[in-house]
Design a protein around this ligand. Structure first.
Ligand code: GLC
Length: 519
């Protein structure tokens, strides 16, 4: 049975039953002394990940890159940038991760390459080059300007750059250093497929596919119209040919014993559109970023959960949930205090579907304050990419001075400090991950949102006789909650009342995981 199909009349089986931990390699841990995190730092972190209890590690891009977009501009898909180490370091990391039962997923960037990738260098060299059509070249508009009105990401500027030599423009939906490739070209498709094979041959278990909904394009590249004019296309671009490309990609994944999984970054706002990319013959999983974007308010969060869950259920799939990543302010910064970040962890790790936990969120890290002279990212995302503090001493376990400033209170929030404090947010994450693993209801059960009044979000998870209730208070004061008798507190976000009957009251911004009372 495929991992996405329904098991009998029961609930859909998750596209991935475990928890994925996202590492932004530059910011995880530096062992070489250059202030940039590396593969050896990740290898040394594997014990932490096993102890924490996650199931897979997704590494943001580690490939050779000029780093205009810190690795999302790939100059060679089949090697490792020396700032991170070598292919041998990656082989070792994969082997040691596998010894611990951890999967390794890489970040595949299929929509664009670096302008320094040999494919683009060849493509730019002449309109007659065999790789010319691997990218999207067009003549100028009649007035000499860009061929259409598309806007790129990170700046309100055209998504086109003129190549003086040929007099043609090339398309780039992100930086000018990130030219879009042309998936209509069979040679390009084959080359991209071979990249996946290269890594699966080396033992890679899965991929996160960067802005994969952008890869299909209408060859006419028509102007954007109406409300979409002036908005970067990742927010709305939806082309049916992308589904065809995804079927081709899935066939490559299915060549390997598996399952080898792929989660797509589908930035679209409508969850039904996102879910349309998840099916037996397309992606295993897709990100919908609703919970990353909504304000931390009960009503908005409840509505988002309901809408996203229903959209995925409709196609017989399960959603993914992410409260943080390398592109958005950290959950602790967005929600405002640690109590809320603890409650958020409870949600993330108990909702139906696959949780993605952003490295450092288990420590409750906040965004760094990045002064004007310290800004390095063209997209203004430096704060959430601050280095992870491992130890409490001033070097925080990094061999060199990190490339970005530390998050606030690096000593207090360091892994070392929190490991020794049983009541830390780190231990809360670990206990939630254990509880999740031990409960079929949480891993794969049905989910029913409860209709509770006020600033409370609550849902019941069930798989046969196994049942859990999750109740989250968004209010900044105590609230009464009516869930009926017979529930014990298995885990409380602030540790209070655990192992006893639920009192029917939740503290300010408190969340509880309830289990049926024993006989
Ligand atoms: C995705 C990545 C982001 C990157 C962009 C272009 O949104 O998450 O970091 O800048 O794609 O590759």
């Amino acid at each position: 049975m495929n991992s996405q199909t329904r098991a009998g009349s029961g609930p859909p089986v998750p596209g991935f039953p475990g928890v994925v931990y996202q590492i932004y390699p530059r910011s995880f841990r530096d062992t070489s002394g250059d202030g940039v995190g590396d593969l050896e730092g990740i290898r040394r972190g594997l014990d932490h990940l096993s102890w924490l209890g996650v199931d897979a590690v997704w590494l943001s891009p580690i490939f050779p890159s000029p780093m205009a977009d810190f690795g999302y501009d790939v100059a060679d898909y089949c090697d490792v940038d020396e700032v991170f180490g070598s292919l041998q370091d990656l082989d070792r990391l994969i082997a040691e991760a596998h010894e611990r039962g951890l999967e390794v997923w890489l970040d595949w960037v299929p929509n664009h390459t670096s302008d320094e990738h040999p494919w683009f260098v060849a493509s730019r060299s002449s309109p007659d080059d065999p790789k010319r059509d691997w990218y999207l070249w067009r003549d100028p508009a009649p007035d000499g300007g860009p061929p259409n009105n598309w806007i790129r990401h990170f700046a309100h500027e055209p998504a086109w750059t003129l190549d003086e030599d040929s007099g043609q423009y090339y398309l780039h939906q992100f930086l000018p250093q990130q030219p879009d490739v042309n998936w209509a070209e069979p040679g390009l498709r084959q080359a991209m497929h071979d990249v996946l094979r290269f890594w699966m041959d080396r033992g890679v278990d899965g991929f996160r596919a960067d802005v994969v909904h952008l890869i299909g394009k209408d060859p006419a590249l028509p102007d954007d119209e109406g409300d979409w004019v002036g908005i970067p296309r990742a927010a709305f671009h939806h082309e049916s040919v992308t589904h065809e490309h995804l079927r081709g990609i899935r066939a490559v994944l299915d060549e390997y014993p598996g399952p080898r999984r792929m989660v797509g970054e589908i930035n679209l706002l409508d969850p039904r559109e996102v879910a349309s990319y998840v099916a037996d013959d397309q992606l295993h999983l897709a990100f919908h970023f609703g919970l990353l974007y909504v304000p931390w308010e009960a009503e908005r969060v409840r509505a988002t959960i309901a809408e996203v869950d229903a959209a995925f259920a409709e196609v017989g799939a399960t959603p993914t949930w992410a409260l943080g990543n390398h592109d958005n302010p950290r959950v602790r910064t967005r929600t405002g205090d640690e109590a809320a970040a603890r409650a958020a962890a409870m949600l993330l790790l108990t909702l139906r579907g696959t949780p993605f936990l952003y490295a450092g969120d288990e420590l409750g890290l906040r965004d760094a304050e990045v002064g004007p002279g310290q800004v390095v990212d063209p997209g203004g995302r430096d704060g959430c990419r601050a280095p992870v503090p491992w130890t409490a001493d001033p070097g925080h376990g990094w061999a060199g001075r990190p490339w970005l400033p530390w998050p606030p209170e690096p000593e207090e929030s360091s892994l070392e400090r929190q490991r020794s404090a049983q009541d830390s947010i780190l231990h809360l994450h670990r206990r939630l991950l254990t509880a999740r693993r031990d409960s079929a209801a949480l891993v794969r059960g049905d989910q029913q949102l409860l209709d509770l009044p006020g600033e409370v979000v609550a849902y019941r998870r069930s798989d046969g006789a196994d049942e859990r209730l999750v109740v989250v208070n968004f209010a900044t004061d105590e609230v009464p909650v009516e869930v009926g008798p017979g529930w014990d507190v298995q885990i409380a976000s602030d540790g209070t009342g655990e192992g006893r009957g639920f009192t029917g009251r939740l503290g300010a911004r408190q969340a509880v995981l309830l289990e049926p009372s024993g006989p």
